[in-house]
Design a protein around this ligand. Structure first.
Ligand SMILES: Cc1cc2nc3c(=O)[nH]c(=O)nc-3n(C[C@H](O)[C@H](O)[C@H](O)COP(=O)(O)OP(=O)(O)OC[C@H]3O[C@@H](n4cnc5c(N)ncnc54)[C@H](O)[C@@H]3O)c2cc1C
Length: 383
């Protein structure tokens, strides 16, 4: 039997939510390095299925820590929003950046390690049991008695399953494919990404996307479909079929490529985000069902979780009763309720004219978001 290890804060998961929590703790007081352990079942640089699009919101959370990601990335200067023959372009400098998640998350992990943080990789959490004065967390190598546990272990969170908080509602479905490209196309020359909402008629409550992405020197388009399922009673879109048609419309055969899928849990204000000694952060707590944006929110959750932990230890009250209110008070995370409402509105229509109206509304809303950032501009055309 492994020896029991006592720790003040055990963070499960070293993605953006887990590492942001750790980095914000260390930023609050260096002594948290010795009081915090992060465990991850994967080993960095690990694969994470993700478009890798990070908006200015994520940058601002990192800036608060004095950090800026300068690793490999593609700057998206133009985002095309398409609905059938309608086209609306948003420009920005950049609109967002496309990173490779294995590199970005590895960068975050190394930042923590450089500051002395104990990050145990290749160690999976298998059991979580709340006890009277600690949480017992069993991994495949150790037994932890943690005063506080942060569940930052993603959409398929083991911690949530162990706590029986798992729910199937509020899960968006995504499929993703990488296609090798030549770098002489507009996507790479001008930094153009695209969201295509045309498949609403096929029951898709979301869009098809294309993001320019670089793996080393090789250009790829990161393509996929996002189905928010905010209208959960509606029949499910045949996701693979939708993606296959989107490929065929662009002269590609989906069968030629390897396809991967993963869910995103989206925020629901009536779902628990904390319990005594336990906090959820990132996908496990829920992110955005409108566009499927999760990286910025995960970074934001880390900031709120760290603030709550520092405060809880200072007051010797680990109940975390006020954590949901802290989330609502955060300038970025408070917008999640609006994103849920928007998704329910935009992905509600059944009739074509309603979908067209929804598309116009969503392009206006997206342009509105963009106006908060520097260097915006928009252009609309109907053909
Ligand atoms: C196909 C797809 C495309 C996406 N595109 C975008 C995009 O372009 N932009 C955007 O903002 N968001 C995007 N998202 C959402 C984004 O990927 C997530 O919201 C984000 O990764 C959430 O970060 P996190 O830290 O909460 O979880 P994760 O990044 O999933 O990290 C969780 C960590 O926990 C670890 N873990 C899991 N279980 C255990 C266990 N039992 N024990 C120990 N460790 C464990 C995992 O190994 C992992 O490292 C996309 C998602 C998908 C599926």
């Amino acid at each position: 039997m492994p020896q029991t290890e006592n720790v003040d804060v055990l963070i499960v998961g070293s993605g953006p939510a887990g590492m942001s929590t750790a980095l914000h703790l260390i930023d609050a007081d260096r002594s948290w390095t010795g009081r915090t352990v992060v465990v991850d079942r994967a080993v960095h640089p690990r694969d994470k299925l993700c478009g890798g699009g990070i908006t200015g919101d994520g940058d601002r959370v990192l800036e608060g820590l004095g950090l800026r990601y300068d690793g490999p990335q593609v700057l998206v200067q133009e985002l095309e929003l398409i609905y059938r023959s309608h086209n609306h372009s948003m420009n920005g400098d950049p609109v967002f950046r496309v990173v490779r998640r294995n590199e970005f998350d590895h960068w975050l992990a190394k930042l923590g390690q450089k500051q002395g943080l104990e990050l145990r990789q290749g160690e999976a959490v298998t059991s979580v049991v709340p006890k009277r004065d600690h949480i017992e967390v069993v991994t495949d190598r150790a037994v932890f008695h943690a005063k506080v546990v942060v569940a930052a272990d993603g959409s398929n969170s083991t911690v949530l399953k162990e706590l029986k908080w798992n729910r199937t509602a509020g899960q968006a479905r995504l499929l993703e494919v990488l296609t090798s490209e030549t770098p002489d196309t507009r996507a790479f020359q001008d930094g153009v990404a695209m969201f295509d909402f045309s498949q609403a008629g096929a029951g898709l409550q979301g869009y098809y996307w294309e993001f320019p992405s670089m793996i080393g020197d090789q250009a790829f388009l990161n393509r996929g479909v996002f189905d928010s399922r905010v209208q959960s009673r509606r029949p499910r879109a045949a996701l693979k079929q939708v993606l296959s048609e989107s490929f065929a419309n662009r002269g590609r055969d989906l069968a030629d490529f390897s396809l991967k899928g993963h869910p995103i849990r989206w925020f629901q204000s009536d779902s628990p985000v904390s319990a005594p000694r336990i906090l959820l952060a990132g996908d496990s707590a829920g992110v955005d069902p409108f566009l499927g944006e999760g990286i910025s929110y995960a970074l934001g959750y880390g900031q709120v979780a760290a603030d709550a932990i520092v405060d809880a230890f200072a007051r010797n009250d680990l109940s975390f009763v006020g954590y949901a209110d802290r989330i609502q008070a955060h300038p970025l995370l408070s917008g999640l309720k609006t994103r849920v409402a928007l998704a329910k509105l935009i992905y509600w229509p059944r009739m074509v004219w309603q979908q067209e109206l929804a598309w116009r509304l969503s392009s206006m809303i997206l342009s509105g978001f963009q106006r908060y950032r520097r260097g915006f501009g928009t252009r609309t055309s109907t053909g």
